[in-house]
Design a protein around this ligand. Structure first.
Ligand SMILES: NC(=O)C1=CN([C@@H]2O[C@H](COP(=O)(O)OP(=O)(O)OC[C@H]3O[C@@H](n4cnc5c(N)ncnc54)[C@H](O)[C@@H]3O)[C@@H](O)[C@H]2O)C=CC1
Ligand SMILES: O=C(O)C(=O)COP(=O)(O)O
Length: 607
């Protein structure tokens, strides 16, 4: 309308974010910076007329906040973890979420080392005692870290830096990360990548965790895990509160199960009175800091410049560099592939959670996959979105962003970082789904691992040599994705929502037993299906094949034939039970199912 003055876009910053970044915005935009913080109620009011929101870890960006932000175009996290932002709701509302995935990594790693040494040498307690006027050297004798063993859980960006620093301090470093790239880990000087968390616990003098907080890492270390550790062991947390179960950690310290802890993060920040977190902060054997991992001048400058540059880009209508919820598929170009991209993404997520969860030994890092397209799909000229969909699905269960940061531009880089190699085969032999014919179907095959990949070989040995290859097949019908084969079993279910997959002896009474365990826990079953051993061979004749995503190396020799048929011959008496569940299920349910008679294995899959 003539005479209307366009408003200057407004940016709300309800936390302390470095001026080095905000200065980049202040000329062109109206920046409302509130370094003292705002209450949740104030946020709901303030958000109504802003175009961009820049936060750190203290602001909870809930679905309600996002709905109230009717003009909101971008939410920027000046840091790594986006667990305080409802990314799903932002995506649904068309709001871009960006973060700074690398700006504070050095700071977080250095803070971990600071807590390691402070815990070893009682620095916090010594300071308090000395300030109180006491000179009590005899009570403050510490331990050395050199020549000691450090266990790292989560060898991502921070974990790797901590590993390098601690090797520099003369420590022996071992690690657990089923998704890490074994080649990269070896080059770093980490002595061993263990196949199971419990394998390293009795050995470590110090334990540090660097995973995101996810459903699969919540309470990863509890009473059972602490009980395996040395009474002299000390634990560190500069990742997220809740990966160590706080009540179990408190008990372990009170009962001398372990010797000490250095904690930067808590389930509720600041911790509330009369909670385990509160008691941990005040515990004699704990040194605690108020989420200071990223609080250095340099890190704050890095993350602020990084996200403010991205906010300006989004407000100008350009693409940000680190979108947490970037679209996988561009709308027009890939319309026809969209349902298959969804299918393949779900197959990737199913693979990781069914075959490669922390309690199963197959692993993701350094693994070779084959995607076989059958039917019409075999003729597609550009399958880049399908490859990106697979990478997104494979990494989503263990990444902070639920894999939503993976897109067709960066999928190759993400795969390379994890050592994942994907080979594509365009099969000409029609459908792979038995006698029935579907327009197109897809086979995902995880192949045996290249010679010399020690950690994977260890995993394979532990699994009786069968962890080498697994198969998932699927198809799309009426825009709905279906899984038609899960390893040795023929199935037909839609990979949606929460699934429980039970591997069991195929004997009468199993269904009733499982039903009664779930009934006891009040778990609602949406659907249930029994998948029997497949009878048909899984040949993939007449295909043309090309390696498209580059990973650690292209070792065609290593692409050994699957052991599926041998497996069928060996075990005639097995089935899979696939249950669709309403809501979520807790660890106790899984444990009860695992110990039920005739159940060989249980996996929880969230898609
Ligand atoms: N205290 C602080 O101020 C800071 C905390 N952080 C937090 O540190 C954590 C790690 O950050 P980055 O290294 O940047 O993340 P990253 O994504 O680079 O690495 C995470 C690693 O954890 C592994 N992982 C996931 N699930 C696992 C499981 N169940 N068992 C073993 N390993 C598992 C992944 O494979 C990955 O290698 C995040 O939670 C982040 O928010 C980061 C910076 C500052
Ligand atoms: O970047 C992260 O994940 C952090 O935990 C840092 O949090 P902060 O920005 O210091 O509130």
């Amino acid at each position: 309308m003539a005479g209307t003055i366009p408003h200057k876009p407004r940016i709300l910053v309800p936390e302390k974010v470095s001026q080095d970044g905000l200065a980049l915005l202040s000329g062109e935009y109206e920046v409302d910076s509130r370094p003292q913080g705002v209450s949740p109620e104030e946020l709901l009011t303030l958000i109504s007329d802003v175009d961009a929101l820049i936060v750190r870890s203290e602001t909870k960006v809930t679905a309600e906040v996002l709905r109230a932000g009717s003009r909101l175009r971008v939410v920027a996290r000046a840091g790594v973890g986006v667990d305080n932002i409802d990314v799903e709701a932002a995506t649904a509302g068309g709001i871009i979420v960006v973060n700074s995935p690398a700006g504070n990594i050095l700071a977080a790693a250095e803070h971990t080392v600071a807590l390691l040494l402070a815990t070893a040498r009682n620095v916090g307690r010594a300071d308090r005692i000395t300030k109180a006027g006491r000179w009590e050297r005899g009570k403050l004798v510490g331990v050395e870290v050199g020549r000691k063993t450090l266990g790292i859980v989560g060898l991502g960006k921070v974990g790797m830096k901590v590993a390098r620093m601690c090797i520099g301090l003369g420590m022996k470093v071992i690690a657990f990360d089923p998704y890490a790239n074994p080649d990269l880990v070896r080059q770093t000087g980490v002595e061993r990548l263990v196949p199971r968390l419990v394998d390293m616990l009795p050995e470590v003098d110090f334990l540090t965790i660097h995973t995101p907080l996810l459903a699969s890492t919540l309470d990863l270390i509890g009473a059972a895990e602490f009980s395996l550790m040395k009474p002299t062991a000390r634990v560190l947390n500069v990742a997220r509160g809740g990966v160590y179960n706080e009540a179990a950690l408190l008990d372990a310290l009170n009962n001398g199960v372990i010797a000490g802890a250095g904690l930067d993060v808590f389930t509720k920040e600041p911790p509330e009175q009369n909670t385990p977190a509160w008691e941990l902060v005040h515990h004699e054997k704990v040194i605690s800091t108020p989420h200071l991992g990223a609080s250095t001048v340099e890190a704050q400058e890095n993350v602020a410049v990084d996200v403010c540059t991205q906010v300006a880009a989004v407000l100008r209508g350009e693409l940000p560099t680190s979108a947490v919820n970037a679209p996988l598929i561009l709308p027009e170009e890939y319309r026809a592939l969209k349902p298959y991209a969804k299918l393949i993404e779900r197959m990737g997520g199913l693979y990781t959670q069914h075959f490669a969860s922390p309690t199963t030994p197959a692993g993701i890092g350094g693994r070779h996959f084959e995607l076989v397209y059958h039917g019409d799909l075999a003729g597609v000229s550009s399958s880049r979105p399908l490859l990106a969909a697979l990478v997104r699905g494979l990494v989503s269960p263990f990444s902070d962003t639920g894999g939503r940061h993976v897109n067709i531009v960066n999928a190759t880089a993400v795969a390379r970082e994890k050592g994942i190699v994907i080979r594509e085969t365009h099969a000409h032999s029609g459908s792979a789904t038995g006698g029935e014919v579907y327009a197109s179907s897809v086979t995902l095959r995880a192949l045996a691992v290249p010679e010399g990949t020690e950690s994977q070989q260890d995993r394979d040995k532990k699994d009786g040599g069968d962890a080498g290859s697994q198969v998932i097949e699927g198809y799309v019908s009426g825009n709905t994705a279906y899984i038609s084969r899960l390893d040795r079993f023929e199935a037909s279910f839609s990979p949606e929502g929460t699934l429980l997959i039970l591997h069991n002896h195929d004997e009468p009474g199993k269904i009733g037993g499982v039903g009664s365990v779930l009934g006891r826990h009040g778990v609602n079953i949406r659907f249930m299906q029994v998948a029997s051993l497949a009878k048909r061979p899984k040949s993939l004749e007449n295909g043309r094949s090309e390696v498209v995503v580059l990973g650690a190396r292209d070792d065609t020799q290593a692409m050994r034939a699957s052991s599926l048929e041998e497996g069928v011959k060996k075990n005639g008496n097995e089935a899979l039970m696939i249950l669709g569940i309403d809501g979520d299920v807790g660890k106790e349910v899984i444990e009860d199912l695992r110990t039920a008679e005739g159940i060989l294995n249980v996996s929880l899959v969230r898609l």
